[in-house]
Design a protein around this ligand. Sequence first.
Ligand code: SF4
Ligand code: SF4
Length: 311
Amino acid sequence: MDFIDDKKELIRAKALELGFDACGFAIAERVDEDAMVQYLSWIENGKNDCMDYAAKYMPLRNDPRELFPGAKTMICAAMNYFPAVKQPKNAPQFSYYAYGKDYHNVVRNRLKLLARFIKDNWGADSRACVDTAPVREKYWARKAGIGMIGRNNMLIIPGKGSYFFLGELITELEISPDAPCTLTCGDCNECVDRCPGGALAEKGSLDARRCLSCQLIENRSTLPAWVGAVAGKQVYGCDECQKCCPHNKNAQHTDIPEFTPDEKMLSLTLDDIILMTDVRFKELFGKSAVKRVKLEGLKRNAQIIAKEFKK
Ligand code: SF4
Ligand code: SF4
């Protein structure tokens, strides 16, 4: 092992000590031509509907050095959020990622500790990103060897599954890259077949216009009629394309305390949501990713799934 790899393994070990489940390294450079063309065509075909932000800041999205001048390395890290305790099946369902505290803060705080470790040991500066800057995070995680991008558009870590938050440190420290992950979904088509909105019908490409999760969370106006017809008891997000994925069969539960759901959230009923006050919403979701949908949006979603609770 040469000097550079020593440095890399020290950083990887520190990331694991900080609660990350995987950590990989890639050269901070321009995104591959193929990946840029694929992304552009996704935007041009309008498949980013509900996610206007995905079409912004393309020069930054295409090259992390635009985000952090002097960047040499992308350090990609993944943190498990798969909850040990789930909501009762007859409750209005929230996506697992939203069970605990807002991941932006939880993951960023730990990335900042990793950045401090790098600064203290090698004097290099880094920028932490957790969905907070236009970074192609799954692209980089695959390139850094953490895992593959599945047909469900999730980053899948071999042997661990896809219930992971991703975060990146763009650093000016030069570190030798890991080998990119070359695994694929092979012949599996499970998530494409099981997606309630048909959002994955074209293999490997998410059509946000047909994604229940995008509609329930990102759509700020009246929901299309098909959403109510397929939402079942989902009031916030959708995990169907992860629940059915064979890679998640043996998913381990997270041990990050911030991702443990509050009993009050687990026991929420549909009426609790429909009658919820601003004060109660803030108390329950003020520090959760659910705040993104706002009380108004959560109530709208509760209304459209109400028929499921009368059956
Ligand atoms: S989150 Fe749900 S609706 Fe969206 S792609 Fe996955 S299964 Fe389909
Ligand atoms: S369900 Fe199958 S096709 Fe979909 S992401 Fe998982 S392995 Fe890939």
